[in-house]
Design a protein around this ligand. Structure first.
Ligand code: C2O
Ligand code: CU
Length: 460
């Protein structure tokens, strides 16, 4: 967060002296080709002050010593080059969640690359075609590697800055800690796998518990919400405020108030909010997570500074985010396929806990595709969650439109890369199969994925 603010301050200062990024002094194409942005990530054991000063640090796995890892912030059209050095006690890979990368850069072990060996370095390099809120995390034993703290933000800024006073990200994390604040290492717990996944007992925002959001009255903030938890689902309520959803999974959506005033975030999902700070100087408001109604709690707090308001009333309608260049599926002519998700424990320990995609339970890593699509054609995937559990379903390499839920057209035909499915829900998604390769589709509750809720779609 501090990093953001100082960068913003710099950008404002730069704009003040006439370096406005809004005008392009040379053709955009030329600029796009010339910008290569380089980063290094070092995955290694480390420590994180999850509970803050005065508490023991937690032994974690971290990128470059930080939880969350360093923020990668680039501009739409940039080329990104990231050296990943593996200093973990096991192999790893990195997946760039939501970015429409070429298949070889997708970070899926044995499917798109060999895992990065201990001590080895792998270079990822790709263009970022779409602006928005993305993130990165391992795809090798991710239920343990992400569960120990490996993930970070990847933010792609719009080509022309969008007028918010501040751009803030909240990465929600979930940890299962013991009394000494150390990670409980029952990552193979079968009960978790067969039921709701590994839900922890400490929720953090940007790697800290109970971190307040300090604001000034009258500000207009873009708040990027991320769920990086293995399994916890969030249902956030911003007391005293009227947030508007302006993007989902990084993709602009018609600005709207969330249904029932609650923002639902399944694992891996992102929601960008426009948040007008309509409180008064000195006020404080809780941000509550009410997804599991019997266990509602305060996840964070909005704390107003004593300074006088930045402005007296909100600055007009929400700014429009420019759409990303995603091809529009020809839904009428699209070929339809059905996908059924099955399995899981129905309540008690019934010895199940194995999940299926179209009747098959994937084990290990490499898979034969269960679906073959023709490059360039439009498809509708009609998915049925034939289980008693929630599943956030993620498709790699693509952003798809969510067309219908339980047979009824969606209001916003949202572009998403991870779609939240209720128990027994039917969801139809549509996309143009323009990105060739073998792509994973899986539940992002990482324990479900590990125990079979995954498959491969081949586009060729
Ligand atoms: Cu964010 Cu296959 O994952
Ligand atoms: Cu699942």
């Amino acid at each position: 967060m501090t990093m953001n603010i100082s960068r913003r301050t710099f950008l404002r200062a730069a704009a003040g002296i006439g370096l406005s990024a809004a005008a392009h002094p040379w053709p955009l194409g030329a600029e796009t080709r010339s910008k290569v942005r380089e980063f290094r990530l070092r995955a290694a054991p480390g420590h994180a002050p999850l509970l803050g000063a005065g508490h023991p640090q937690t032994a974690v796995w971290a990128y470059s010593g930080q939880v969350p890892g360093p923020e990668i912030r680039v501009r739409q059209g940039d080329r990104v080059r990231i050296q990943v050095e593996n200093r973990l006690p096991e192999e790893t890979t990195v997946h760039w969640h939501g970015i429409r990368v070429p298949n070889a850069m997708d970070g899926v072990p044995y499917l798109t690359q060999k895992p990065i060996a201990r001590g080895a370095t792998f270079r990822y390099e790709f263009d970022v075609p779409d602006a928005g809120s993305y993130w990165y995390h391992p795809h090798f034993r991710s239920y343990e590697q992400a569960g120990r703290g490996l993930y970070g933000l990847l933010i792609v800024e719009e080509r022309d800055p969008v007028p918010f006073d501040r751009d803030i990200a909240w990465l929600l994390g979930d940890w299962r800690l013991d009394r000494e604040a150390q990670i409980v290492d029952d990552f193979d717990n079968r009960m978790d796998a067969g039921m709701a996944g590994r839900i922890g007992n400490l929720v953090t925002i940007n790697g800290r518990s109970a971190a307040p959001l300090r604001v000034r009255a009258g500000e207009r903030v873009r708040l990027r919400l991320y769920n990086s938890a293995n399994a916890r689902i969030f249902g956030l309520v911003f007391r005293g405020h009227r947030p508007l959803v302006i993007a989902i999974d990084g993709q602009p959506v018609e600005p709207h108030a969330p249904a029932n005033g609650r923002i639902i975030l399944g694992p891996a999902m992102r929601v960008d909010l426009m948040l007008d700070m309509t409180g008064a100087p000195g006020e404080r408001f809780a941000v509550r997570d009410t997804f599991y109604p019997m266990r509602a709690y305060s996840v964070g707090e909005i704390v107003y500074a004593d300074e006088p308001p930045r402005r007296q009333r909100p600055p007009g309608p929400p700014p429009r985010l420019p759409p990303n260049p995603i091809p529009e599926p020809a839904v009428e002519k699209a070929e339809r396929h059905t996908i059924a998700f099955g399995g899981g424990m129905m309540g008690g320990a019934d010895g199940g806990g194995i999940w299926t995609v179209n009747g098959k339970s994937a084990s290990g890593h490499a898979h034969e595709p269960f679906l073959r699509l023709k490059r360039g054609k439009s498809y509708v995937l009609a998915m049925h969650n034939n289980t008693a559990w929630h599943h956030p379903i993620h498709l790699h390499g693509y952003t798809f439109r969510v067309m219908a839920r339980n047979g009824r057209p969606t209001r916003f035909r949202e572009w998403q890369d991870t779609v939240f499915m209720d128990p027994d829900e039917k969801v139809e998604i549509a996309f143009v199969a323009d990105n060739p390769g073998d792509w994973m589709i899986h539940c992002h509750i990482l324990e479900h994925m590990q125990t079979g809720l995954m498959g491969v779609i081949r586009v060729s």
